[in-house]
Design a binder for this molecule. Structure first.
Ligand SMILES: [Zn+2]
Ligand SMILES: [Zn+2]
Length: 141
C-alpha cells in the first residue's frame, strides 16, 4: 500500500488531511514496526511539527478508530503502526524492547478452522509473544 492510497482513504471518508495527521502517517510509514506515543511525538518535532500531547493523542485515536492505523497496548503503553505489512511481535518483559516477527502460513489454516468451528468471521488479529530477549538473556548470565 502506498502512502497516497492511505491519504485517499482518509479523504474519501470526507475527512480532512491536516498537517499533523499527514505527518503522523508519514512517520508511521517510514517505521517498520510499532512506535510509542513519545517516539511519534519526537519524530514530529524533528519535522518541525510540535502538536501538544492531547492534540496528537486525539489524532492517533481518530486514525485508529478509522482503521487507518493499528493501536496496540503492550505492558500498559500504547503503540501504533500501519497495517500495511502484517506481522507479530516479540516483547521483552525485561527491557520492553519489541521485535517484529513473521509467523508461517499455518496460522491462516488455524484461522480458517476457528471460523468454521465457531461460525465466526475473523477480520484481523494481533499476536504478541512475551518473554526475555537475547540481549537480556546474555546480560543476566
Ligand atoms: Zn509491528
Ligand atoms: Zn530485553
Amino acid at each position: 500500500m502506498t502512502i497516497e492510497a492511505i491519504y485517499k482513504t482518509i479523504k474519501s471518508k470526507g475527512n480532512r488531511l491536516s498537517r499533523v495527521r499527514k505527518a503522523i502517517i508519514e512517520t508511521l510509514f517510514e517505521s517498520p514496526c510499532l512506535l510509542s506515543t513519545s517516539e511519534i511525538l519526537s519524530a514530529l518535532k524533528s519535522r518541525n511539527i510540535a502538536p501538544n500531547r492531547s492534540t496528537m493523542y486525539r489524532e492517533l485515536m481518530f486514525l485508529s478508530h478509522n482503521s487507518i492505523i493499528i493501536k496496540n497496548t503492550i505492558c500498559h503503553k500504547d503503540y501504533f503502526e500501519l497495517p500495511t505489512d502484517h506481522h507479530h511481535h516479540l516483547v521483552c518483559t525485561n527491557c520492553n524492547s519489541i521485535k517484529k516477527v513473521v509467523i508461517g502460513r499455518h496460522l491462516q489454516k488455524q484461522e480458517k478452522q476457528l471460523e468454521k468451528e465457531n461460525g465466526f468471521t475473523i477480520t484481523g488479529h494481533s499476536i504478541e509473544f512475551y518473554g526475555i530477549c537475547k540481549n537480556c538473556r546474555i546480560n543476566s548470565v
